[in-house]
Unconditional design. Structure first.
Length: 153
């Protein structure tokens, strides 16, 4: 059985697919009631499953009539790669973020399943590096080089 975060993610993605406007507005409290959880669990799902890396924009309006708007972005692959490259050049990158970028490229069918697995396998080799700062910097350099190679072809 899937966990709460998985079920909530699946539910929100289905709502997005069914939305003619391309976005959904939700209230944290209503969603928390539906899933019998606290609003902070909603924040966790939004902060980890609906990120810019994964192709989503989340806007929040606080207050009594507040809501959370989730929008699926339709960026061109070139714009997406450019955005990722700018972020990566600024420093290292976490394993979760790197995998999110690779997954997004696969979802957009810019890379094949085989290519995504090759990229992930190459990044997995960095787990042997003990220093986290160095590992994130190396991951950033490696991913940057892979993305630049994708742009060339």
């Amino acid at each position: 059985m899937s966990n709460l975060a998985d079920r909530m993610e699946e539910y929100l993605k289905k709502l997005l697919i069914l939305s003619p406007s391309g976005y959904i507005d939700i209230k944290r409290k209503e969603l928390a009631n539906k899933f019998l959880c606290v609003p902070s669990q909603i924040n966790y799902v939004l902060g980890t499953r609906f990120t810019l890396d994964k192709g989503y924009l989340v806007e929040s309006k606080r207050g009594g009539k507040g809501y959370v708007r989730i929008k699926k972005l339709q960026l061109s692959v070139e714009n997406l790669l450019s955005t990722f490259l700018k972020d990566i050049v600024a420093g290292g990158i976490s394993d979760e973020r790197a995998r999110g970028i690779i997954q997004r490229l696969y979802e957009l069918k810019y890379i094949s399943l085989r290519e995504s697995r090759l990229m992930e396998t190459a990044l997995n080799a960095l787990k042997a590096v003990e220093d986290n700062t160095i590992r994130e910097e190396l991951r950033g350099l490696l991913l940057r080089d892979m993305l630049l190679l994708l742009i060339k072809f």
